[in-house]
Write a protein that binds this ligand. Structure first.
Ligand code: SF4
Length: 364
């Protein structure tokens, strides 16, 4: 049982010094929803330009529902976790069909929409509609774990449900959205992860059991996660004049529907790389190894080596015509920058090619 004083102190602190963020200036549920989805797994500073661009391109739920898949992925390029934007669109279609284009206010109805979990449902219902609904994410759980010096594993689903119930008990009816945001702000600015809370500036200091005992760095308690699998691959930048070979990824699975550079499993030697290129029916003019890179997903890591391969345009055209390269396209670099979403997993290679991708493309 928590004291209502926690809510009072948090609200006073929040109102005195909250950060001004673009989505905080809006009560439009669509805006709150988009920002909350973008902020999952992504830092506030990185989200800002994406948020503005997304809403400029798709100002309403109706626009989102009817957007082309490729332009949608392009708007998200660089943010990663692309299922987030696919689910945004699926949910937008349901809102158009079942709710006449208006986002539902009820947290239970929100929870039924694709990509909306209890945290996002609570955030949208409380911030946009003023409904008492808790929004509990990892930041909020960390704050509560330290406040209570709680030895329970915060990764257990039952733990989250308990914190949601406890937060609901202290949530004032006239400021549910502000309390949720105050807690998010405290987790982001003061009660920081990785053993670095700024307790000297924390409004909850005297109520915090971990602070009183000097054990802040022991919380939250998390059981170690399973190790990620490692996939090694060799990536080919097949270049002809100013054009590059790219191909579309499968419609399902990791990075579904995005574009990528052709690659092969394992680390190939230069000789094997040449053999692979020839197996496509293309004669390489020059083959040059490029720097290694690594990309970390939730459950796996890609360890990548690459080869820059200059190819003969005529032989390449023949290979494409003869269906040796069935799924591949030869596209001008500028076209790729504008239209073809390439995941940030390939950032080292787009950088090597001096291509503007993701957030860099936003600035151009
Ligand atoms: Fe977190 Fe320190 Fe505040 Fe406790 S006193 S809630 S550990 S910042």
């Amino acid at each position: 049982m928590h004291s209502p004083e926690i809510a009072e102190r948090l609200l006073d602190w929040y109102h005195a010094g909250r950060r001004v963020l673009p989505w905080r200036e809006s009560r439009d549920p669509y805006h709150i929803w988009v920002s909350e989805i973008m902020l999952q797994q992504t830092r506030v500073e990185a989200v800002k330009p994406y948020y503005d661009r997304f809403l400029k391109a798709l100002p309403t739920i109706a626009d989102l529902a009817k957007a082309e898949e490729e332009s949608l992925l392009k708007l998200w390029e660089g943010l990663g976790y692309y299922n987030r934007v696919r689910n945004l669109q699926k949910a937008a279609c349901i809102i158009m069909e079942q709710y006449d284009g208006q986002m539902p206010a009820d947290p239970d109805a929100l929870l039924k929409l694709p990509g909306i979990g209890s945290y996002t449902a609570g955030a949208v219902a409380s911030i946009a509609f003023g409904i008492k609904a808790p929004a509990v994410d990892g930041n909020v759980m960390r704050v509560f774990a330290r406040l209570d010096a709680d030895p329970e594993d915060i990764l257990l689903p039952a733990h989250k449900r308990r914190i949601e119930a406890e937060l609901l008990e202290i949530m004032p009816a006239d400021a549910p959205g502000d309390l949720n945001q105050a807690l998010m702000e405290l987790g982001a600015m003061v009660c920081l992860p990785n053993g670095a809370p700024k307790c000297d500036t924390c409004p909850l200091q005297s109520l915090c059991q971990a602070y009183v005992k000097g054990t802040m760095t022991e919380y939250p308690v998390k059981k170690p996660k399973a190790k990620r699998t490692i996939e090694k691959m060799t990536v080919f930048l097949l270049e002809s004049e100013n054009r590059l070979v790219i191909r579309k990824r499968p419609a399902k699975g990791l990075l579904a529907g995005m574009y990528e550079f052709p690659h092969q499993e394992g680390f190939l030697s230069k000789k094997e790389a040449v053999e692979y290129v020839r197996s496509l029916g293309i004669e390489p003019v020059q083959v040059k190894p490029i720097a290694e890179s690594k990309h970390i997903f939730t459950h796996k890591e890609w360890h990548m080596k690459g080869f820059s391969v200059k190819i003969d345009e005529i032989r390449l055209a023949e290979a494409l015509e003869n269906d040796r390269l069935t799924a591949e396209f030869l596209i001008a670099k500028e076209e790729i920058e504008k239209k073809y979403p390439i995941p940030s997993a390939f950032h080292a290679f787009t950088e090597y090619l001096q291509m503007q991708q993701g957030s860099a493309a936003l600035k151009s």
